[in-house]
Design a protein around this ligand. Structure first.
Ligand SMILES: [Zn+2]
Length: 302
């Protein structure tokens, strides 16, 4: 029997002002393509927060106005998660800032009561023991905010996940980056992070595996990841696949192209075949429901 590799495709729906067709065109296009590839499971992180309220009039504006799309995705087998961006500067060590973030989280969550959401990814991956404790207390069962990589000088949220465990674990209430015997109920599922080269790098940079990256840049890192690991958690921002809005835009790493996204997905499938592994797609919450992670750093999948 073939060894299995568990794959979670995740999408952060950012609702950047310029990209409303993110919901009307890009997401349906992605879902249509995934269905064609017989991939019916991905996790879509949808914004509901103070910033969305300021710009659209309600924290849960996306859920109110695009509920049909979200329901359709769920009916197909996908999961809808929550993606709150709390923009209060970068000083979570400041008690005033932190308490504003916590207050906004509670208020935004209260607008999603009926949405049956179990999974969350904090905007920019911001985290603090009090935030993790709050997410757990609100009833969320999976967090996928972790980007376990070194602190880089250009990171606004420098080092928030530095030295964090790279595989799923139940966080310690005293240190969200580690586990312990008295861990929280919520499960942390980190994004897969590895060395992805860009032409402008002056050093070896660890990056998450963003399927909007150019296939040429992702080819080797993904191939090696699949050969070395039995799980893969990718991230993609749908608006980064908007080839009409970004027509003519040049970036050394981002493709701004649906074709590149499709190529990256097909590469993943092909690399699994080369590695002799059977790809099994899961939503993040399904990983939490189907496997136990007894608070250890070792991956209990398989
Ligand atoms: Zn975001």
């Amino acid at each position: 029997m073939k060894e299995k590799i568990f794959i979670a495709l995740t999408f952060d729906v950012e609702m950047t002002q310029r990209f409303h067709q993110e919901l009307t065109e890009i997401i349906p296009n992605i879902a249509f393509f995934l269905a064609k590839e017989t991939i019916q499971k991905a996790t879509w992180m949808v914004r509901a927060d103070r910033d969305i309220q300021k710009r659209f009039g309600a924290m849960d504006w996306v859920f109110q106005n695009h509920g049909k799309l979200l329901e359709k995705l769920v009916a197909q087998g996908h999961e809808i998660g929550w993606h709150p961006h709390c923009s209060y500067g970068y000083q979570l060590d400041d008690p005033g800032t932190l308490s504003n973030v916590l207050k906004d989280l509670e208020e935004s969550w209260s607008t999603l009561n009926k949405a049956n959401i179990r999974t969350v990814r904090m905007g920019w991956g911001i985290m603090h023991n009090r935030i993790m404790e709050t997410l757990d207390r609100l009833g969320l069962t999976v967090d996928s905010s972790s980007i376990p990589r070194p602190a880089y000088s250009w990171d606004k949220w420098n080092g928030l996940w530095q030295d964090g465990l790279p595989t799923p674990y139940h966080p310690s209430p005293k240190n969200y980056k580690k586990t312990c015997n008295h861990h929280l109920g919520i499960l942390e599922i980190p994004l897969s992070v590895t060395h992805v080269p860009a032409s402008y790098d002056s050093m070896k940079v660890m990056r998450y595996l963003n399927l909007a990256f150019k296939p040429g840049n992702l080819f080797q890192p993904i191939k090696k990841w699949i050969a070395d690991n039995n799980y893969l958690v990718t991230i993609t921002h749908p608006h980064e696949l908007d080839d009409i809005k970004f027509a003519g835009a040049k970036h050394d790493l981002l493709s701004y192209s649906m074709d590149s996204f499709r190529e990256n997905i097909r590469n993943i499938i092909q690399f699994c075949e080369i590695a002799g592994k059977e790809p099994v797609f899961f939503t993040l919450n399904e990983i939490g429901e189907n496997f136990s992670f007894p608070g250890s750093a070792s991956m209990a999948l398989s």
